[in-house]
Design a protein around this ligand. Structure first.
Ligand code: GDP
Ligand code: MG
Length: 712
């Protein structure tokens, strides 16, 4: 048991110890004083106000340390209280005790501030080569009546509960101190002891102050008790004589010899030597503790095992240890590789390989990207042009257009949407399977474009617009038009592309960002590490998004600032087809008109029809029609090209698949490149966890050692 104590096991599992209980002034402190040689400040008026634990240990070096275990006292103040004494000398201790009483808030004089008792524990640890391992506790004496101005009913209860708490512990030997000069038969403490220890296996009676029993009848009662004739305590009684109130300075030897000579008188000589005097009591107590300890072994062992299991579980719950750089790199590396695995699955649509995708359907990354790309493409094709082209044969979606018009007319006051406030989803048609996720928007400050909602193309006559442009910018060219006409009209016709493309890229960034954040949350559940890791990654991540945004700007720049350019052979085909189709439809119209009006031939009308069918006399009208046809053909090609390139380069390449895409912000390589300091600030444990882990490890080690000792 001593070996267990050396391991500090009693902090986790109660080990056999001894508590001295009894009424006020029964002589408890005196008994301890005599037993341990430790001089409690004894005072006839000032009784014990708090529990004192005296822990004696046999150790090489001599030391006496006094500290406070706070219950009522201010935790900080109590922690700071630590005194080392050089020897067990009474005045020195009297000073320490009164300082401690102040920390505990115990009042020093009846009228002073503070309380009468404190539940704080004064701990005195005495070690030295001659000490025996022994833990004894001195508690305030119990009392039944309040003293006005000094003690209250609450104090009576407080002390009673404190004493009951100590004696209820099944591994504690109860020294019940009963003075010989009082009413021996009716000691309340014996009742309490009986409650706590019904078998009486751990209660030893100690009779004090035999020298103050003057009447022979009283002495006979004492003799009867010690001889075991009362049988109320199974372990019986011992009788001791402590220092009297007047003796403040006698040495241990002097006290021992005085006691011895006292008991050599009648009637005490009739008592067996092993029940008389302090040295005998000490032997008896040690015997008792030993028996108790032996009996307790199996139970202690069981408790140690279950405690060990509990501590091991606690430690496991804390996750991997992260105190060394290697452990930290391992830890973050594992987070990174889990992240990479889920990222790859999200990009390849291998959603069945990880249950994270069925639990969080919003993580189906590539599916969502595909969906917004399709929706983007559709909306650019349907509504991306500023004005409707003239005589477009493809009026396939007439009803959709009508639907759009009705829905949009309330929403869009201008065809450009400025000054309106839109949702991120307004960019696309409303047939969405999900909403654009907005979490983490704050991380993307300065990266995201305004949300945009695309109004339907304007009904304004495009030919009139082209004519106006032509008339206000033409030069000397005859029968043809300037090279500036196409870029100018194209820019106007595609003016909604920029806000649309920017809003679309923003949406894709939001989806990717949501994915990264959510996956990181799953693969790194420790919130502290995650916050630090996030702080570390965010800068880099923003740069990666910025590359995508920059590239989108680059594409817009190329499309609108440069010359209008295409080498696509279908450009000419398309233009010619447009022309032919128009001429044919005009001819048909003319034919129909002629057929209808055959009877009344109107010369003017025939001429108009001829002009319509065969060519325009007005050169401006011919030119604007030519410009329109070139624009129509070019717009169509540029649109396909732009949508594809934007989706392919900005979104698929820069945002998803590039080696330096945002999704690659966390990888094995990134972790390998982290410096020791960076790792420590990300994955290093805070002081509290580090201490806790250290304590758990030490406890586990001690408990294992203890179990080994118990197994012999
Ligand atoms: P506690 O309140 O139970 O701790 O009692 P103390 O140990 O403080 O003792 C109260 C008083 O009784 C002190 O003045 C002691 O000197 C005195 N006292 C204790 N034991 C004996 C004893 O065996 N003989 C005599 N004459 N006085 C004693
Ligand atoms: Mg006392």
């Amino acid at each position: 048991m001593d070996k267990l104590r050396e391991l500090g096991i009693q902090e986790m599992v109660p080990l056999p110890q001894m508590v001295v209980v009894g009424d006020q002034s029964a002589g408890k402190s005196s008994v301890l004083d005599s037993l341990t040689g430790f001089h409690f400040p004894r005072n006839v008026t000032l009784c014990t106000r708090h529990a004192t634990e005296i822990i004696c240990r046999r150790e090489e070096t001599k030391s006496i340390v006094v500290s406070i275990q706070a219950v009522d006292a201010d935790e900080g103040k109590a922690k700071k209280f630590r005194r080392e004494a050089s020897n067990l000398n009474a005045p020195e201790f009297a000073k320490i005790f009164s300082d401690a009483a102040e920390v505990m808030g115990i009042k020093s004089d009846p009228d002073g501030p503070g309380s009468a008792f404190s539940r704080d524990i004064l701990r005195v640890e005495i070690s030295g080569p001659n000490e025996d391992h022994l833990t004894v506790i001195d508690v305030p004496g119990m009392f039944e009546n309040e003293t006005p101005g000094l003690t209250t009913k609450d104090d009576i209860e407080l002390v009673k509960n404190m004493v009951k708490g100590y004696i209820s512990e099944s591994r504690t030997i109860i020294l019940a101190v009963v003075p010989c000069n009082g009413d021996i038969a009716n000691q309340k403490i014996l009742t309490y002891a009986k409650e706590a220890d019904p078998d009486g296996k751990r209660t030893l009676g100690v009779l004090t102050k035999p020298d103050l029993a003057v009447e022979n009848a009283t002495k006979e009662v004492v003799v009867d008790l010690v001889l075991g004739r009362r049988r109320d305590l199974q372990l019986g009684y011992c009788v001791v004589k402590n220092r009297g109130a007047d003796d403040t300075s006698s040495s241990t030897e002097a006290r021992n010899s005085e006691e011895k000579s006292f008991f050599s008188q009648s009637p005490w000589t009739r008592l067996p030597a092993e029940r008389v005097g302090i040295p005998a009591l000490k032997t008896r107590i040690q015997q008792l503790l030993m028996d108790r300890t032996r009996n307790e072994f199996p139970k202690v062992r069981a408790e140690l095992s279950s405690k060990l299991k509990g501590k091991e579980e606690d430690l496991e719950g804390m996750g991997q240890s992260r105190s060394t750089v290697d452990e930290q790199r391992m830890f973050v590396g594992e987070v990174a590789s889990k992240f990479m695995r889920i990222k790859d699955q999200g990009l390849d649509a291998y959603y069945n390989r990880n249950k994270i995708f069925s639990e969080n359907t919003d993580l189906k990354l590539v599916t969502r990207i595909r969906e917004i790309n399709e929706r983007f493409s559709r909306v650019v094709y349907e509504k991306g042009h500023a004005r409707k082209f003239s005589a477009q044969e493809e009026d396939k979606s007439a009803d959709t257009d009508a639907a759009i018009k009705e829905e949009d007319s309330t929403k869009y006051s201008s065809d450009f949407g400025f000054g309106e406030s839109f949702d991120r989803d307004d960019l696309y048609d409303n047939k969405a399977n999900f909403n654009i996720p907005l979490i983490g928007e704050e991380d993307l400050d300065g990266l995201l474009a305004e949300p945009y909602g695309c109004a339907p193309p304007s009904d304004e006559d495009i030919l009139k617009y082209i004519e106006h442009e032509y008339m206000t910018s033409r030069g000397d060219e005859l029968g043809t038009f300037s090279g500036e006409m196409l870029p100018t009209t194209f820019k106007e016709q595609s003016k909604k592309w920029s806000p649309m493309a920017r809003a679309h890229v923003s949406n894709a960034i939001l989806i990717v960002h949501h994915f990264i954040r959510t996956v990181l949350e799953k693969v790194c559940p420790d919130p502290d590490v995650r916050t630090e890791l996030w702080t570390y990654l965010l800068d880099d991540l923003q740069k990666r998004y910025q590359r995508a945004v920059d590239h989108a700007e680059f594409l817009l720049d190329v499309e609108f600032q440069g010359t209008s350019m295409t080498y696509n052979p279908s450009f000419w085909d398309k233009r010619d087809r447009t022309r032919r189709a128009r001429n044919e439809s005009l001819r048909e119209q003319a034919n129909a008109e002629l057929r209808a009006d055959r009877r009344a031939v109107d010369v003017d009308k025939i001429e108009t029809i001829l002009v319509m069918a065969l060519g325009n006399e007005d050169p401006v009208k011919t030119t604007r029609q030519d410009i329109h046809d070139v624009l129509f053909s070019y717009y169509d090609i540029a649109r396909s090209r732009f949508v594809d390139v934007l989706c392919q380069q900005v979104i698929h390449h820069y945002l998803l698949h590039a080696t330096d895409s945002p999704l690659a912000v966390l990888s094995d390589t990134v972790v390998l490149k982290m410096s020791d300091d960076q790792l420590d600030s990300i994955a290093g444990e805070d002081m509290i966890s580090r201490e806790r882990r250290k304590k758990l490890n030490a406890d586990i080690e001690n408990l294992r050692q203890a179990l080994k000792i118990l197994r012999g």
